[in-house]
Design a protein around this ligand. Structure first.
Ligand SMILES: Nc1ncnc2c1ncn2[C@@H]1O[C@H](COP(=O)(O)OP(=O)(O)OP(=O)(O)O)[C@@H](O)[C@H]1O
Length: 742
């Protein structure tokens, strides 16, 4: 047996031992679960709730132990100095210990695992060699070594461009499934530094296409949850992506890393109760995204606090009362001075108006000979409060409002908009004009949120959550601590986890569920992907969700496709974060072969896009294929279908995207669907099929084994940001690109 085979055998034995430990833990947890379920707990509500919370916790632990089964272990470090008598350390998805609490497997996020990602020949970090283990099921199929200690080398080289080249290339050339996978086994040093960067402040990760920005952002979320468990498990992490299709693409990554306490949301879902998917026309989107909308909404709310122009006559208790506009104006001024949101300050307005009206009515009654004592004053005030006329008077001056109503009014009443924005052009005002019944768009969501902030809670619908939620959480935590002591399971579960179980029990949901449903929830950290697309108004919403401004912001300025997106990180971020943000760049392209990357970057540069050039890790096996459609109707669609068939002839096992302009999409999709039937689908539907037909915008952030691009010139000319769309489209393939010219 050669050295390598015997090493492989040795690793197989070690790994088998680790799986054995995993199985033991699983059966212990299963037993615990069976025991809690079996135990009679009497009829006491508290005891039942505790039992159910423990049961849920053990179920979660079991799911987690099952989720880490695939590629449980993927690395080994050979150490300079033995630790606890052991000169090596295994790295995996979770940490495992034996019964004596000795470490068997180190969680990839633990500090002791750092060298697995960071050590280099010039800075070996106390490591002599690093080994990548490639697994198939529970079996080690291959080992790749990088040796940092020259004395261990027999003639080989210690320097390598990328870490764990074999394992990395295997991962990069693997067929794509339409779902993003974790990269935990092959995270590269420049990525690892970003993943482990401090929780505080805003970190911007800029990088060209395929440099792993999305992957890094998700692994950073998992890392932060691990390293700041106490703080983040109760507040949660919010991950924001551009579309539902994108979220579906990435949703499996965090659970595979053992994390479930994360809320995934599109920008259209950030306002609870509204699920916007429709996009505005570019002009409206730019306007609605601009910061001036915040001022406009503030003026709109103020303009709904207005005294009547003339005296108003009302009748209360058969007494005619002439109310001067000044009286209402004084109450408005008092309420405005509180600085509180509209619906909350209205209470002050009503109180002052009623007080003055009561005095006026009392004076009038006295003048006509009645005697009014304090008790009578109270009755008068109550009569006024419940009088129909008074209600109309006060509501006309200061009506309680919902964000939805405010926005619908603003769009549906051009005259009011003209009053509020006298300097806008007619074209701008027209861009906002809309019928009340039309659904809200993605760009409306930040405006609804801004309005909610200015308006406060709608009366009669006070936020049920806030204070009661905090109190209940405190009670749950105390109970959980007591239960952990009683059960003697200190160290196995945390009070926070168990308290989450109580919360689910009482139908209050997990941290993630409660956070997603609550507009006033503040997260411990926010991850924003494709952040270059965000408008100033969208940034305002996100900062409201995390006032501590702890952010991971990933994107590529050259890929901005939305009309209201950013033109530089400075312009986008300085108004929000001042200069409290730091920039990291990623430069290695892991997705797209060099042959394709070069051409995409050449076209993008000549169109003047501010690209970040990338270094592709592999040259690729297929040069770009160019096809020209014949002349005549439907020729483009036919040529595209032909190009797809050609590509499927090379490999029909992977995923393929046809990317086209929105205007060509119906015809192209029809031709592809006719030829490939159920194997093809449009938009989000296509993403779960081998062939997806997408617009440039829909393809953002995704990747496919092969891409067929229909009429690249039309894609570039489609919108003012068309060049970026073409750049995005050309950088989606992991293997092959076909350009079909018209
Ligand atoms: N260290 C790594 N090991 C293995 N695969 C990696 C690594 N880094 C990135 N990848 C893979 O490269 C591909 C591109 O990554 P990702 O989608 O995160 O890039 P991106 O920078 O967000 O791209 P874009 O800007 O084009 O959306 C993915 O398939 C990802 O899994």
């Amino acid at each position: 047996m050669g050295v390598l085979e015997s090493e492989l055998e040795r690793e197989r034995a070690v790994v088998a031992g680790l799986y054995q430990r995993l199985d033991e833990l699983r059966s212990e947890t299963e037993e615990r679960l069976a025991r809690v379920r079996r135990d009679s707990v009497g009829s006491n509500h508290q005891a039942r709730s505790e039992r159910d919370a423990f049961a849920r916790l053990y179920e979660d632990q079991l799911t987690q132990l099952r989720d880490v089964d695939a590629r449980l272990v993927f690395g080994r470090l050979l150490l300079d100095e033995p630790v606890d008598g052991c000169d090596h350390r295994y790295i995996g998805r979770v940490g495992l210990r034996d019964d004596d609490q000795r470490s068997l497997l180190v969680d990839w996020r633990a500090q002791q695992a750092g060298a697995f990602y960071q050590a280099t020949a010039s800075e070996p970090m106390g490591v002599r060699a690093r080994r990548h283990l490639t697994m198939s099921g529970r079996q080690v199929t291959r080992i790749d070594d990088e040796v940092f200690d020259e004395s261990l080398l027999d003639g080989g080289s210690a320097g390598e461009q990328v870490q764990g080249e074999g394992a990395l290339l295997a991962a990069l050339t693997a067929q794509r499934t339409g779902r993003m996978h974790d990269i935990v086994a092959t995270i590269q040093a420049e990525q690892d530094r970003i993943i482990r960067s401090d929780l505080r402040g805003a970190l911007v990760v800029q990088g060209g296409p395929g440099t792993g920005k999305t992957a890094v952002a998700l692994h950073r979320a998992a890392y932060l949850l691990y390293a700041n468990r106490q703080r983040l498990s109760t507040s949660g992490v919010l991950v924001v992506g551009p579309s539902t299709a994108f979220l579906r693409y990435i949703e499996a990554v965090l659970p595979s890393l053992g994390e479930t306490g994360v809320v995934l949301s599109t920008l259209g879902e950030l306002f609870p109760g509204v699920e916007a998917t429709a996009e505005d026309a570019p002009e409206a989107a730019i306007l609605k995204g601009s910061a001036q909308m915040a001022r406009l909404l503030s003026r709109a709310v103020k303009s709904r606090q207005k005294a009547p122009a003339d005296e108003q006559t009302i009748v209360v208790d058969n007494e005619r009362l002439v109310v001067a506009p000044d009286l209402i104006q004084r109450a408005i001024a008092k309420a405005q001075r509180t600085g509180k949101p509209h619906n909350v300050a209205r209470v002050t307005f009503v109180k002052h108006a009623l007080a003055e009206l009561t005095d006026q009515l009392a004076a009038q009654l006295r003048a006509s000979g009645s005697t009014i004592d304090d008790a009578d004053l109270k009755v008068l005030r109550e009569d006024l409060r419940t009088s129909y006329d008074v209600r109309v008077l006060l509501n006309t001056a200061w009506l309680p409002l919902t964000p939805q109503k405010l926005l619908q009014d603003l769009y549906a009443r051009p005259a009011w908009l003209a009053e509020l924005a006298p300097r806008w052009t007619e074209q701008q005002r027209d861009a906002l004009h809309r019928d009340r019944t039309e659904p809200f768009t993605v760009s409306d969501v930040p405006l609804l949120d801004e309005a909610a902030e200015l308006l406060g809670d709608f009366p009669g619908r006070p936020d049920p959550a806030d204070r009661e939620r905090d109190r209940q959480r405190k009670r749950d935590l105390e109970n959980a601590r007591a239960a952990i002591r009683n059960m003697g399971v200190q160290g196995l579960v945390s009070a926070e986890q168990l308290a989450d179980g109580f919360a689910e029990q009482a139908d209050r949901g997990t941290t993630a569920e409660r956070a997603a449903a609550d507009r006033s929830w503040t997260y411990g950290h926010v991850v924003v992907d494709e952040a270059q697309e965000l408008s100033p108004m969208q940034w305002r919403v996100l900062v409201r969700r995390c006032p501590m401004k702890s952010f991971t912001i990933v994107g590529d300025i050259a890929q901005v496709a939305s009309a209201s997106g950013a033109t530089s990180w400075q312009d986008a971020l300085n108004p929000i974060f001042k200069d409290a943000w730091r920039l990291e760049e990623l430069t290695v392209n892991y997705r797209t072969p060099a042959q394709i990357t070069r051409e995409a970057e050449r076209i993008a540069s000549s169109a003047g896009l501010p690209i970040t050039p990338t270094r592709a890790v592999r040259e690729g096996d297929w040069p770009i294929r160019r096809v020209t459609a014949e002349r005549g109707d439907a020729a483009l669609a036919a040529a595209v279908a032909g190009a797809v068939a050609h590509d499927r002839g090379i490999d029909d096992g992977g995923t393929l995207a046809v990317i086209t302009t929105a205007s060509d999409l119906p015809e192209v999709a029809a031709a592809v669907e006719e030829r490939f039937g159920d194997a093809a689908g449009r938009g989000a539907t296509g993403l779960s099929r081998p062939i997806a037909v997408l617009t440039g915008y829909e393809a953002k952030g995704l990747e496919f084994d092969a891409v067929v691009l229909a009429d690249p010139d039309a894609l570039a000319a489609e919108s003012p940001r068309g060049a970026a769309s073409l750049y995005v489209a050309m950088t989606r393939p992991t293997q092959r690109l076909t350009l079909v010219a018209r």
